[in-house]
Ligand binder design. Structure first.
Ligand code: PHE
Length: 343
């Protein structure tokens, strides 16, 4: 019986040392050990020569041996499969990777974000309103009653006649939305898209973007308006930029003014963008009309305020020298990808 034990030990040593480099070698291993005429079967046959009192002991030893061989076979098979997967693979790990295209922010978003962040530093909060408005928020509340000739200033797209639903013609409609729900002190900035029925060309479009500002509190003066906008211009365009205010008219502000900045393209010498004047208009502004305050139950004897509305496209044109408004909405990647990396 000791011979049998020795035989098993030497088989085990042989099996442990065995390595297969091909699928054939693995198959030969299986035939040699686990096949119907294999060595495992043969050695199991030795059980009949084992004396009865040791049958239990040897039964265990032989079963363990069989399991040992089977485990080895499974290991060889698994190794072969991974090797196969690697050698059959068509992946060339040395090839350079595909470049990942980097998205860009739209120039109008970049400029809008800059405008908003400057006013946020002054304590303005962002407010938004719907692009589809009713007549009251876009016109009535802003002191443009029906038949008011100033409505002609803004060619309106109507969605519905009676009651009038329209695409807002300015972000001043958001002023109305804010005053409806908030009481002074109010300090908001309202970025958004506006619509006007204009023939599309390099210089006009049927939609564009504005940023509205509204500040209402006790003792707000025209000096506050000027200083706030002057600070904005210096932050946005640099310390050397000059500003000037020209008297103007808006039904919702009194007095009203338009603000020009010295032309960034030609430095004030005169060019196509500033129409050879050296100045470019960037916004409309004024002291909130008492009627507008009254429309929202704000006492004009106690509170005063200023408001302004600036065109984002115009500021973008000055910053990035985009001279055709149509480029902003054509989604041409050759245009858009020039703004890579800007925030
Ligand atoms: N809403 C005006 C426009 O669209 C701009 C403006 C806003 C003027 C606020 C004065 C005060 O032209």
């Amino acid at each position: 019986m000791e011979e049998l034990l020795q035989q098993i030990e030497s088989y085990k040593t042989e099996i442990s040392a065995f390595e297969a480099s091909t699928a054939d070698a693995v198959e030969n291993f299986r035939i040699k050990w686990l096949g119907t005429k294999g060595l495992v079967k043969a050695i199991m046959g030795e059980m009949k020569n084992v004396p009865n009192e040791r049958k239990k002991e040897f039964g265990q030893i032989l079963n363990e041996f069989k399991l040992f061989v089977e485990t080895k076979f499974e290991t060889l098979k698994a190794e072969g499969e991974t090797q196969n997967a690697e050698s059959n693979s068509t992946i060339d790990w040395s090839l350079p990777g595909d470049p990942v295209a980097l998205g860009t922010r739209h120039p109008l978003s970049i400029v809008r974000n800059q405008i908003v962040s400057i006013f946020k530093r002054l304590g303005f909060a962002v407010a938004e309103g719907p692009e589809i408005e009713d007549d009251w928020h876009n016109f009535g509340a802003m002191n443009l009653p029906e038949d008011h000739p100033a409505r002609d200033m803004q060619d309106t797209f109507y969605i519905n006649q009676d009651p009038a639903w329209l695409l807002r013609t300015h972000t001043s409609s958001v002023q109305a939305r804010v005053m409806e729900t908030q009481k002074p002190p109010i300090r908001v900035i309202c970025p958004g898209r506006v619509y006007r029925n204009e023939t599309i060309s390099a210089r006009a479009h049927c939609f564009f973007h504005q940023v509205e500002g509204l500040y209402i509190d006790e003792n707000v003066s025209f000096a506050d308006l000027k200083q706030t906008l002057y600070f904005f211009v210096q932050e946005m365009f640099g310390k050397d930029t000059k500003v000037r205010f020209r008297p103007s008219y808006f039904p919702f502000t009194e007095p009203s003014a338009e603000m020009d900045i010295s032309c960034l393209i030609c430095g004030g010498d005169g060019c196509n963008v500033c129409k050879h004047t050296g100045w470019v208009e960037i916004l409309g502004s004024g002291m909130v009309h008492p009627k507008v305050l009254e429309n929202f139950g704000i006492d004009p004897n106690k509170y005063t305020g200023f408001a302004f509305g600036m065109g984002v496209e115009r500021i973008c044109q000055l910053k990035y020298r985009v001279n055709d408004l149509r480029l902003y909405s054509q989604n041409d990647v050759r245009f858009l990808k020039q703004f890579t990396g800007a925030l």
